[in-house]
Write a new protein. Structure first.
Length: 253
């Protein structure tokens, strides 16, 4: 059956990632928040450094906001760091709730991931990779032990990828409804009429450079149009990530 073949493959081929060696709900929560739209290779060293600095939810909850934002620089979407700290403050105050979705900033996927991987619950965290695998294979598991969720994620990340499904080496190809039939749209090429924004031209990039400069105590980034810079600053102030005071801009205390 598909589940058995998948779990056997995962047992042989799974990457050795630090958050897979623990059932500490705090450590797993940190990994899940960091991994949102950030590559695994970038997350691993930052995750280890984070846990060394703040090994418990109580430690993170007590940390100054400015220190948390400074430690998050380079991981993107700085609001995630604040939501993570707020969730840990709630845990420090009242423990881990039965319904993890009641924690600040914790949505259905993250709640299911922590529930499965930390507390061993029969829940399937459905991220982009898992959703893709389920759709392509037609797999609808009745039982979802934590290992199955990890295996589905790994398959989607390493084999059944969005644009490069390796059906020839897929451990579940024999049971897959789409094996050998997945057709990929070509990547955008010059002249295809599709305009794609460079990351360096995005508001997110400017916001990241501002937070990075404030965390390092350096001048605001140069070479950015004043209008773009001010728009990004206004957004950061509105989101509570930057303070504007008589002495200029700073990270929250």
């Amino acid at each position: 059956m598909l589940a058995e073949a998948l779990l056997e493959w995962y047992g042989r081929e799974a990457r050795d990632l630090p958050w897979r060696r623990t059932q500490d709900p705090y450590a797993i929560l940190v990994s899940e928040v960091m991994l949102q739209q950030t590559q695994v290779a970038r997350v691993v060293p930052r995750y280890l450094a984070w846990l060394e600095r703040w090994p418990t939810p109580e430690a993170l909850a007590a940390a100054p906001v400015a220190d948390v934002l400074a430690e998050w620089v380079g991981l993107g979407y700085n609001r995630r760091a604040l939501r993570l700290r707020e969730a840990c403050a709630a845990v420090a105050d009242g423990g881990w709730p039965e319904d993890l979705r009641t924690l600040p900033g914790i949505g259905p996927y993250t709640a299911a991931a922590v529930g499965a991987f930390a507390f061993g619950r029969d829940e399937l965290p459905v991220d982009t990779n898992v959703r893709r695998v389920l759709k392509r294979t037609g797999f609808a598991p009745a039982d979802t032990p934590p290992e199955l969720g990890q295996a589905l994620m790994e398959l989607g990340a390493m084999v059944c990828r969005a644009r490069e499904a390796a059906c020839g080496v897929c451990p579940v190809a024999a049971s897959c409804a789409s094996a050998g039939t997945v057709v990929f749209a070509p990547r955008g090429r010059a002249g295809d009429g599709v305009v794609r924004e460079r990351f360096e031209d995005s508001n997110r990039w400017v916001r990241g450079r501002i937070v990075e400069a404030l965390a390092a105590g350096t001048e605001l980034p140069e070479g950015i149009e004043l209008e773009r810079l001010e728009r990004a600053i206004e957004g950061l102030v509105r989101d509570g990530l930057v303070r504007r005071g008589a002495d200029g801009l700073s990270l929250p205390a």
